[in-house]
Design a protein around this ligand. Structure first.
Ligand code: ACO
Length: 335
């Protein structure tokens, strides 16, 4: 029996900054509305042809591998969390194996949207705990921008999301007082259609239907979100799953040194901060700069918090996510 720990972190965001004012030139929105409702000031969008979900994941992964100090030959497995893979299939994990020129190790894609990185950590943790693998590369990467409805019709969704990638190396830890202490995963599929992209899906809109209809009003391949319902569920589930993680480890809220919430919406993070009575130093947010990057948001935030010296050895770090599915989860780490 072993523990796993995060030994290297990296992130990459495209250079192309899209401000709220930029969006207000192409749709009926404005900086005040977006900041007041979401906290977002700007986000990154890829320049088409320059980056993809996989290429950004690879760039983040190279940094994480270098910082972990391991040779890439020592990586035993790849887990890639995304809702925006380069291809409908195969997933992006195999493309990372190709592009990083790794051995013929296993590669797994996770389709758990905003909770994808938390699920990835949990899966990697299980493989390392049992001794099956020693070093696992996990990536959360998303290109949202090419799939957003950039018209007035889509403004409630499209202003929220951004592109980017984060990666981590998880490795074996023999000291059982350190590393990942526990992970907690949940889902409630009855709300799948409150936040989803319907097409192309074999149970929803087939590609052949969409092509045959050629209907400009067809929004089935754009994200659809019942924003207020998502908000109400998010704040409840975030709180529940953070408490679940603390209780499982006999910890109190006051033991949290750093909470990294999925960057869904600054108002959701602020609600959680207030509910748990946490100080600004105990919660890390960077949605202001990047928007909501779904599966990439936690590894990007975790990397920046670590780079800024806000996470130190011995700290209790909590990761928490909620998103489409609904799925939600938490990770309790002794750094
Ligand atoms: N700019 C200006 N006006 C807008 C925009 C926009 N981008 N989008 C919608 N509006 C208008 C609406 O048309 C509506 O106008 P009306 O009153 O004339 O009908 C008005 O603003 C209010 O719209 P609501 O949808 O009711 O706005 P709300 O206050 O609920 O805010 C938001 C919308 C920000 C999406 C909010 O519901 C929310 O934060 N939900 C949580 C969802 C979330 O965070 N999702 C992230 C992805 S999921 C995840 O990661 C967990």
């Amino acid at each position: 029996m072993y523990h796993s720990k995060i030994t290297g972190l990296g992130h990459y965001v495209p250079e192309n900054v899209v401000t709220n004012d930029d969006l207000s030139k192409i749709m009926d929105t404005n900086d005040e509305w977006i900041q007041e409702r979401t906290g977002i000031q700007e986000r990154r969008h890829i320049i088409r042809g320059e980056d993809t979900t996989t290429s950004m994941g690879v760039k983040a992964a190279k940094i994480a591998i270098e910082r972990s100090g391991i040779d890439k030959e020592a990586i035993d497995f790849i887990i890639f969390a995304t809702l925006s893979p380069d291809f409908y299939f195969p997933g992006s994990g195999v493309l990372v194996q190709r592009d990083l020129e790794l051995k013929n190790i296993g590669a797994l894609d996770i389709r758990n949207q905003c909770s994808g990185f938390v699920y990835a950590v949990s899966i990697a943790d299980q493989y390392i705990k049992t001794g099956m693998y020693k070093n696992i590369l996990i990536i959360g990467s998303e290109v949202q921008s090419t799939g957003l409805d950039m018209t007035n019709r889509g403004r409630g969704v499209s202003v929220i999301f951004g592109d980017g990638a984060g990666a981590a190396i998880m490795s074996r830890e023999e000291d059982l007082s350190k590393g990942i202490l526990s992970t907690h995963l949940h889902s409630e599929g009855q709300h799948a259609e409150e936040l989803y992209v319907k097409a192309p899906g074999m149970g929803g809109r087939w590609v052949t239907d969409i092509l045959a209809d050629n209907d400009p009003e067809d929004i089935s391949y754009f994200g659809q979100m019942n924003g207020q319902f998502v908000f109400k569920n998010a704040v409840v589930r975030f709180a529940e799953v953070i408490n679940e993680g603390l209780q499982a480890n006999g910890l109190q809220v006051s033991d949290i040194d750093m909470l990294i919430p999925h960057q869904a919406n600054l108002r959701i993070s602020q609600y959680i901060q207030k509910k748990f009575n946490l100080t600004d130093d105990q919660v890390f947010n960077n949605i202001q700069k990047y928007g909501n990057t779904t599966a990439a948001s936690i590894p990007i935030a975790l990397t920046e918090a670590w780079e800024q010296g806000k996470i130190k050895s011995g700290d209790t770090v909590v990761l928490a996510a909620f998103g489409s599915g609904f799925t939600w989860g938490s990770v309790i780490i002794k750094w």
